[in-house]
Design a protein around this ligand. Structure first.
Ligand code: CA
Length: 229
């Protein structure tokens, strides 16, 4: 269930908003003071914040700014004044949208749903990107732990996969054999530094057109290995 925080000092309005949102399947908390709302927004795990502007202690502009510096969740500002709208736009606070009082509960619920859906899409896209690494003809699918070279699947052992993925996630950075061994094998009692060399050779045989002239995992003499991003 999606959780929404309403920061609003007009109790009757806050309760009306809550009732409509709850009727639409959301879980809702209310903060009636700015300082309280800010604290809840930053420390709680809310999916969306509905934020009034004129609030006791800390105003909505300040709260929005502070939420934005720590969290990527939709913030919908609620305004009673036309002038506020220009301010929301002008200040670049990072608010996702604003809604002007008085508004219909139906409009509020529609906006909330639209913003939650948009954020989910964005988060989903980012997740997919991290899970699939595509580097020229090489595709590493981290979710299924599969590797494809020029669209053909190549079978990798667990450690080969871990080592290749680690290098590919940190392109153009040189890692010493010691660093790689510690990163990939640290939890195993078996093996030693020479294992890294053996695995690099095997990875090259699998992904490089010419393993003696590697285009992905390069040797940096005297330093270690580097994934060419
Ligand atoms: Ca207010």
């Amino acid at each position: 269930m999606k959780k929404i925080l309403i920061v609003e000092d007009e109790t009757s309005l806050a309760e009306l908003e809550r009732d409509y949102l709850e009727a639409n399947g959301f879980a809702v908390d209310i903060a009636s003071r700015g300082d309280e709302g800010l604290k809840m927004a930053v420390t709680g795990d809310y999916d969306l914040i509905l934020l009034d502007i004129m609030l006791p202690k800390v105003n909505g502009f300040e709260i929005c700014k502070q939420i934005r510096s720590v969290k990527e969740i939709p913030v919908l500002m609620v305004s009673a004044k036309k002038e506020d709208v220009d301010k929301i736009r002008g200040l670049g606070l990072g608010a996702d949208d604003y809604i002007v009082k008085p508004f219909s509960p139906g409009e509020l619920v529609a906006r909330v749903k639209a913003h939650l859906a948009r954020y989910e899409r964005l988060a989903g896209n980012q997740k997919e990107k991290r899970e699939e690494l595509q580097i020229r003809g090489l595709l590493i699918d981290r979710a299924s732990r599969r590797v494809y070279v020029n669209n053909k699947e190549v079978v990798f052992t667990t450690k080969e996969f871990d080592l290749l993925t680690y290098l590919a996630l940190n392109p153009n950075r040189v890692f010493s054999k010691e660093q790689l061994f510690e990163r990939i094998w640290s939890l195993d009692s078996m093996g030693d530094i020479a294992t890294v060399t053996v695995h690099i050779r095997k990875i090259r045989e699998k992904i490089e057109a010419d393993p003696s002239n590697p285009q992905y995992v390069e040797t940096v003499w005297g330093a270690g290995y580097r994934f060419k991003g």
